[in-house]
Write a new protein. Sequence first.
Lengths: 293, 489, 323
Amino acid sequence: MSLFIDAFITSTLLAAFFSIAALGLNVVFGVMRIVNLAHGEFIVMGSYLAIALALHYNFNPVLSLAVIVPFFFVVGLLLYFPIVPRLQKSDDPEMGSFILFFGVSFALEGIAVQMFGVNYQSLSYSVFRPLHVSTLGTTIPTAWVVTALVSVAAIVLVYLYMYRTGLGLQTRALMINREEAMANGVSVNRVSAIAFGISIALAASAGAFSSFISYPTTPSIGDTFTLISFAIIIIGALGNPFATVVGAIVFAFAYGYTDIYEPNWSALVPFVILIAVVLARPQGLLGRKAREF
Amino acid sequence: MGTGSSPPASSGSAGRGKSSSRNAVIAVIIAIIVVAAGVTAYVLTRPPSTSSKQSITIGTLYASSGSFALSSGFQLSGLKYWINQTNANGGIYVSSLGKKLPLTLITYDDQSSTTTALTEYTNLITQNHVDILVADFGSVLTDPAIAVAKEHHVLLFDPTASTPGYFNASNPYLVDLSIRVSSQWPLVLADYLVSQKVNIPNVAIVYSDNAFTQAQAQTLDSTLVAAGITPVYYQSTADTSTAQYATLLDSINATHPDAVLNFGYDTNDIAFYSALAADNMHFNFVFTIYSGLEYAVLKAQTPAGSLNYTYTYASPPDVQYSNVNLGPTTSAFVSDWTGVFGSAPNFNNIAGYNAGLLIGKMITTAGSLNQTSLRQAANTLSGNTTTLEGPFLINTTTGAQHGMPMDLLQYQPTSSGLTPVIIYPTSLATGTAIYPSPSVVTQSNVLVYSQPAVPSLPLSAYSSATTALFFQSVLLYDPGMSTPAIREM
Amino acid sequence: MNFRRFFLSNPKKISTDAALLIVPLAALFILGPMVITNQAIFMELAVYIMLADALNIVYGFTGYLPFGFGVFFAVGAYGTAILITHDAWPVGASIIAGACFAALLSLLFTPMLRLSGAYFAISSMAAFEAVYLIFSNTQLTFLTGGPYGITFTQVYNPNLDYMIAAILAAVSALVVLLISKSTFGIALRAIREDRFAVELSGVSSLRYRTYAWLISSFVSGIAGGLYGWYLGFFYPEAVFSLTDFSVLVIIFVLFGGRGTVYGPVIGTVILFLAYQLLSLYSANLLLIIFGVLLVLLVLFIPNGIEPLFRKIVKTIFPPGGSD
């Protein structure tokens, strides 16, 4: 029984972490219809920045968000303007973006290797006090609870932005129908650039906590994050940022519970769910229509 | 698309002639590009003119990125250290050439990709015509070289690939220099556990899915079962993340083991210890592979106190061989290395260096660079050579390494930090095991200069606990936290 | 259905195009290893040309990008290895059977062809990952060797393998040529331009895409079998490599010019050799250089170098008269 509860708690926390890790990817797809295969590399970059800040300035990861979020927001903007508008003028932006951002991920991994080397790096649980929290008969590190709370806070903030601001309204308009939104005077470039910046900032924020709950940070771990993020947003619904949370819950729980009973096959389960979801309901669990014929 | 510019079908013979001559031009251009690319490639890859042998070329691969980058870098720096040392002494005397030749190292970066490794190994053999071919770190990156080396009748010197399946009598072009074949690693460990049957009756074994760790888990499992100890948990896993290991540990804990043995690579071990700390779990006996092989990495990347009382394989530099007849003693090497690099070598550094030592000795013994003679030299040296890594003992038909034993040690906290204490075999023991391992307050050594320990609070005790906890955590960050980055050693 | 027309809409033009594909390829594969004696480079080149042609059939002609396309390559390699190890089949039969496995797998995946753009690309990536996790699973060690790899060095014959691969690389280029000239190819391209119009005119675009998908997976499977044979022993990661056997191939095709006959071949030859040289001589910058190259490629020459190539040819030899 306690095994069941342990897995429940771990999966819940993991779901929260994966939500923030994948959320930005979905925002970009929803707004721009482009697929950012370099998403995981931004998580890695965020992680490196958080580790550097902790090492040199003793910032804990929550505090380091004050640097990470604006920094990566600007990185997002700087990346957006030379690339995305041009990409969207091509005949098939969706497919083009796959390849283009794979290139970006290549380059970022190369840069990370040059800058940070190939060592494993991670933050210590001891940045947070008390070290552990006990609940329902299990003990979990405070760092995980903080990670989950930051994720929830980030999701709430994105929600507030989307549903309580003018720009958010325009963003949603773009997501629902690009042509109509443009016809109605939505400034595509401004809205998209901000959405892109938010997406990169979200990824980097997830990165600040990734070494606690998932993997130690290395330049090559980005692909894994990208793949997991993709699985999650597809299971949820492409283009609907809040369905990401549902995707993350399904993913984390499927993983967590198969890990108890069949650890050999646990890695396979999320992908099988993904394929099953895509075939039965390609729009995702919470999405609009996606199948063509 | 296709020949999209194809004009409306022309029927006249003149038209056809024109079209074919135009096509001829295209053909010529393609040919020019191909030849140009070929020539460029040739110029770039052309072997140096070898009128008379000026040096012994040693070719190897390393990974600057990807999953093997860290270990691969360790091995290469060990090999490089040996090459520099040898060159400082004027090189190696080759009797068939009647002179001392310096060593030249040719390396390519395979970035942990086996596809890239395949062409690069081939390049070392067919383009650079290296005299000595040394494999990259580990089984996965050695694998692409095995068939190619055999095909070209080049002896592959294998420092750290220990998969038993590689070694068979039909391949005389492979010799394992610096690592015991992995199926034999846990022999000492198994003996110990059998001897402690009464104290440690319940054993849990978890291993990650790859040849290196599976071979060990299997050997251990079968040895224990034969001795009447059936592991209470025996499971392989593909997990690598901390959260996944936490779940796995919950499953293991449910079987109430006395000993938990985790066979994995460094990433697995880091996740394993992080998860142990995360779950605040404690077992009386914890064993991992990489806490010994890459102690500094594990120490830096696992929660403080994780390695206290942990058991691991005892290999150099922890096991010190002083009775050597080739190269420096372990302790001499460690102090030399520390003098140069500022930190002690790890096992893979030593493995790279040891491979070099043995290669040098084989060249001297063979008296030539003939690959078959080199292989024979390995057989000659086997059984009567001891280096800083221990006795060199190979299966003379397959090339598998049976020497260089992996003993058992425990990291015991002392006033000067963690001390590796060799537990078993008793002939080598430098101390006795502390069993059951005391329940370490994993945070003890960070709390020293911080606020008084805040006891772990049950979450249910908080009414709106989460927010309170959140702010408390945010405010009380620990200034003593450190993430030392291990730069290349 | 008129099969002759289905396969060949303009049989006369084909022979010169065929010669233009085969002669340079033959020269490359025969002379190349004499100049650069590293046979492995040319072996991989042949394998990549096959893969590029296979991808071109799906991605180039129909516009569908299967991001996890490398799965057929890997299954081809495994099918071959398994039949040789367990059933002692002759190599040739094993490779063909391995390719049939790949084609069967592609049939299993046909429901995915109903998905649109990004869904298709990502779900094929998930399929890749799922198949990889199955083949590398410990519990299937008895069959696939699991994570411990599979050995079949008993039939190792790199020279013969290379010869066959070189010939089949040329054949795969011819297959693309045939398709491009056939009614089938025209239908595929029509699907890329406007699926809805094709459906409206009463042609099942799904059926055509399925054919393309089958051919493509079969060719990839052959390439996988030949590559596996060349290795003699491989770990799952050696053939299930998304970067090596999906992404690189996509890059080659895109660089050459998707949907063209010469593009994939030209793109593969130039970029693969460049990639090899870079990885031999400045590997630390390889990721960055290739990454930036990709970004520039998509932004500035989305149609690849084939049109550019064509233009150069035209400038040197301006078309006149009836031609």
